[in-house]
Design a protein around this ligand. Structure first.
Ligand code: AP5
Length: 214
């Protein structure tokens, strides 16, 4: 099952990708997580990416395409994969078509997570992520049992550096300019199904996604 989760920052791509991964046993490929791992590791890529991510801009197409191409060749992707945060530009989508063609694979679903801007700002402002296992919480909508601690592993919860009002504004602008055109790109291929993520709980959104995946 080859899936793209498309949606603005804070729409719930990571939240839903984790649920799909657990149930369908296919990997979540998040370019944001890959880049954050490089930042933590202090690699040259990480240092370069951090400067861009902190402003809310997009890392260069060549870099993320290279990361995803290598990842898609790994064995655990044979049954399928969930792309979370990739592609983000038309150039990335075209490159993905080329990579999938070479691997003799085909996209099955592009799920568009639809949510209004004011909801996004509230979601990103309240997001907390576990430093150890990556589990995600929201102070209001999915609070941890103990403030600041992960329910699953007891790890420390942190606020992402790019979840501040100015960077969020820029991430949203980038989404509108660079990523939203992908809805047409995949719409013309008959692949896009939209789902309202702004008024539904994560569980309700997930039920809708399962209906789409069939
Ligand atoms: P990335 O990590 O991909 O961030 P993003 O796209 O901005 O998305 P987020 O991770 O912020 O949000 P999400 O949609 O996953 O929402 P979540 O599930 O966390 O990218 C970060 C940066 O890396 C980019 O800005 C760019 O610089 C770079 N980058 C990454 N990929 C790139 C690429 N392909 N090309 C170039 N650059 C790239 O949910 C958010 C919060 O809301 C959570 O607290 C959650 O608990 C809560 N929530 C979720 N669903 C619901 C719901 N239904 N109801 C209530 N609360 C909910």
């Amino acid at each position: 099952m080859e899936i793209i989760l498309l949606g603005p920052p804070g729409a719930g791509k990571g939240t839903q990708a984790k649920r799909i991964k657990a149930e369908y046993d296919i990997p979540q490929i998040s370019t944001g997580d890959m880049l954050r791992a490089a930042v933590r590791a202090g690699t040259e890529l990480g240092k370069m990416a951090k400067k861009i991510m902190d402003t809310g801009g997009l890392v260069s197409d060549d870099i993320v395409i290279g990361l995803v191409e290598e990842r898609l060749k790994e064995q655990d992707c044979e049954k399928g994969f969930i792309l979370d945060g990739f592609p983000r530009t038309i150039a990335q989508a075209e490159a993905l078509d080329g990579v999938l063609g070479k691997l003799d694979r085909k996209l099955r679903h592009v799920v568009s997570l639809e949510v209004d801007q004011d909801v996004i700002v509230e979601r990103l402002g309240g997001r907390r992520t576990c430093k150890s296992c990556g589990a995600m919480y929201h102070v209001k909508y999915e609070p941890p049992k103990v403030e600041g601690k992960c329910d699953k592993c007891g790890g420390e919860l942190y606020i992402r550096d790019d979840d501040n009002p100015e960077t969020i504004r820029n991430r949203l602008a980038q989404y509108g300019e660079q990523t939203a055109p992908l809805l047409n790109y995949y719409g013309e291929k008959g692949l896009v199904r939209g789902i309202d993520c702004g008024t539904k709980s994560p569980d309700e959104v997930y039920s809708g996604i399962k209906e789409i995946l069939g």
